[in-house]
Ligand binder design. Structure first.
Ligand code: GLU
Length: 416
């Protein structure tokens, strides 16, 4: 691995750049480098074979100047405290960029969900929530899905929290199934937001969406739904991948069929009439649009020079290192940064929370229209800042996000 850029190195370097451009008060810059609160927990659960296993988990609350903490929970074997800290910081900027009244947090459990049964995952989730119980709540910190957690995980969270309180509290978590207070459109929201950003970016370049060649790295919730929406909009999906590898088909592939293939075989690899390739090769394919929707640190100084996409829309959090950012910018790539591109997920999480608090249920059309308004407004805000400041979209988004958080901190003042 090049440079050994950790997610936290990336996040801190991005904050440094924004602080410099904003001429941010050094005290506020220092404050924003660290999370407000971190809790590390040992999650002991009974495995199906009767043995007891201990997993390490954490919840990191970065900043809540603009509202309650908000952010997903990730289950992954590579989860570290540094990574979750970076992800929590990105949530703070993301909520500020898309202008929803939340701060930023993230949770993580170091485990391999692919090797665990539903029963084990349920016990892990419930025990983890019982351990971070004092930190979370509808007005404190509202969890949501992230890598390898889904609507079912959120239902277990709602139930555990509600059982411990003694009454039903749907607004304590977002990304829930529809049957227990979830919002229409939440599952596709991140990807729809990504595609609204791609559409706006394409307009700027005079690129038509019809037949635009798109490559998607990652075929989880974000990658698969982005490929599906793009396909429905007439884009040509020429390559997709997951953690096992990628597939390439210059004539364009049907993501619905790839999804079926992955459901059957466990991976996108070996899909009919496609050429198999590595994740590294996939990122370097000739294409119009590249959507990294997997993990951090995918576009680095090692491969940035070989990236051929005209538009990159970051479905994942932190897929590009600061060194790669510079190289892509010099090449003239239009990069829509994570804190803007994937903010659709937390935006519809916010809509879900509002619906829960007001005991309302909005239609899919309402949700998607409100989402489009929010994302297009945020895109234009970031683009305008980028033009005014003559900075790339990433720096502009960070300036906007960090600037709004700093403004809230100044307005609240320091207690005591
Ligand atoms: N995990 C998602 C993200 O990184 C969603 C967070 C949320 O909905 O709170 O933005």
């Amino acid at each position: 691995m090049e440079g050994r850029y950790s997610a936290l190195d990336t996040a801190l370097e991005q904050l440094r750049i924004a602080a410099e451009k904003l001429e941010l008060d050094t005290g506020i810059h220092e404050m924003l480098k660290y999370p407000k609160r971190t809790l590390v927990v040992s999650i002991n659960i009974r495995m199906d074979d009767g043995s007891i296993k201990t997993f390490t988990g954490c919840r990191v609350q970065h900043n809540d100047a603009r509202g309650p903490f908000k952010g997903g929970i990730r289950y992954h074997p590579d989860v570290t405290l540094d990574e979750v800290t970076a992800l929590a910081m990105w949530m703070t900027w993301k909520c500020a960029v898309v202008d929803i009244p939340y701060g930023g947090a993230k949770g993580g459990v170091c485990c391999n969900p692919k090797e665990m049964s539903m029963g084990e995952l349920e016990r892990l989730t419930r025990r983890y929530i019982s351990l971070i119980f004092d930190l979370i709540g509808p007005y404190r910190d509202v969890p949501a899905p992230d890598v390898y957690t889904d609507a079912q995980t959120m239902a277990w969270i709602m139930d555990t929290y509600s059982q411990m309180k003694g009454y039903s509290i749907p607004e304590c978590v977002t990304g829930k199934p529809l049957s227990v207070g979830g919002s229409e459109g939440r599952a596709e929201a991140t990807s729809l937001g990504v595609m609204f950003c791609v559409r706006e970016a394409a307009k700027l370049l005079g690129l038509k969406m019809k037949n635009a060649q798109m490559v998607v790295q990652g075929f989880g919730n974000v990658g698969w739904n982005a490929a599906k929406i793009a396909y429905d909009w007439g884009c040509k999906i020429i390559g997709v991948s997951d953690s096992s590898g990628g597939i390439y088909c210059p004539e364009g592939l049907n993501p619905y069929k790839v999804y079926q293939h992955k459901t059957k075989t466990g991976s996108v690899v070996d899909f009919e009439q496609c050429k198999n390739l590595t994740n590294e090769e996939l990122l370097e394919l000739e294409c119009d649009i590249l959507v990294p929707a997997a993990l951090e640190n995918q576009i680095t100084k090692t491969n940035a020079a070989n990236i051929k996409a005209k538009i990159i829309a970051e479905g994942a959090n932190g897929p590009t290192t600061p060194e790669a950012d510079k190289m892509l910018n010099e090449k003239g790539v239009l990069l829509v940064p994570d804190i803007l591109a994937n903010s659709g997920g937390v935006t519809v999480s916010y809509f879900e929370w509002v619906q829960n608090l007001t005991r309302e249920h909005w239609t899919l059309e309402e949700v998607n229209q409100k989402l489009e308004n929010k994302i297009v407004k945020a895109f234009n805000d970031v683009y305008k800042t980028s033009e005014d400041e003559e900075e790339p979209m990433r720096t502009a988004a960070l300036m906007l996000g960090v600037g709004r958080v700093a403004e809230a901190i100044r307005t609240l003042g320091l207690w005591p």
